[in-house]
Design a protein around this ligand. Structure first.
Ligand SMILES: [Zn+2]
Ligand SMILES: [Zn+2]
Length: 159
């Protein structure tokens, strides 16, 4: 679960309220209803999660404000469309998501043993994105770069 994720920038209550308001404004502007359920899902994501999948979110919500997985699956694309959330990587066939609003672009290291996610930022990756795009006559809007393997802790335990 997400409490053991390294480098988690914890959200302040104030930030969460700003993002919740942005989400409500987005929903209204597209003619979607602001429901208690959508708010509960969004709030839980914004408060508790950095990198998560639907199962984790479902378990986390269950104790406080139970919602169905179907509702979560419907709410997530809305949060992505609103610019609060992005789909970031697949693990065992499950898409994982993270908060992106107001955050800098970064890449991930993913440990295959303990499933921790480490974030890093390497500006040279943006240069590669630009160079390749120029070469291919492509108008790029972003890139994803992921490293997977064993984190330092898990390597130590294998010895
Ligand atoms: Zn590990
Ligand atoms: Zn991340």
């Amino acid at each position: 679960m997400s409490e053991d994720i390294a480098n988690s920038p914890n959200q302040s209550e104030e930030n969460v309220q700003v993002e919740m308001e942005a989400f409500r404004v987005f929903l209204k502007s597209r003619g979607y209803r602001v429901t208690r359920e959508r708010e509960a899902i969004a709030e839980s994501i914004l408060l508790n999660h950095d990198h998560f999948d639907v199962d984790e979110l479902f378990l986390n919500l269950r104790s406080k404000s139970p919602v169905s997985k179907a509702s979560i699956y419907r709410a997530i694309p809305l949060m992505i469309e609103s610019g609060l959330l992005a789909a970031v990587y697949l693990e065992n066939g499950h898409m994982h998501y993270e908060r992106v609003y107001g955050r800098e672009h970064h890449s991930h290291l993913r440990c295959l043993t303990c499933h921790k996610i480490f974030e890093f930022n390497a500006p040279e990756l943006t240069q590669v994105e630009k160079r390749i795009s120029r070469m291919m006559g492509f108008k790029s809007e972003g890139h994803k770069f992921e490293i997977w393997g064993l984190c330092a802790n898990c390597q130590a335990e294998k010895k």
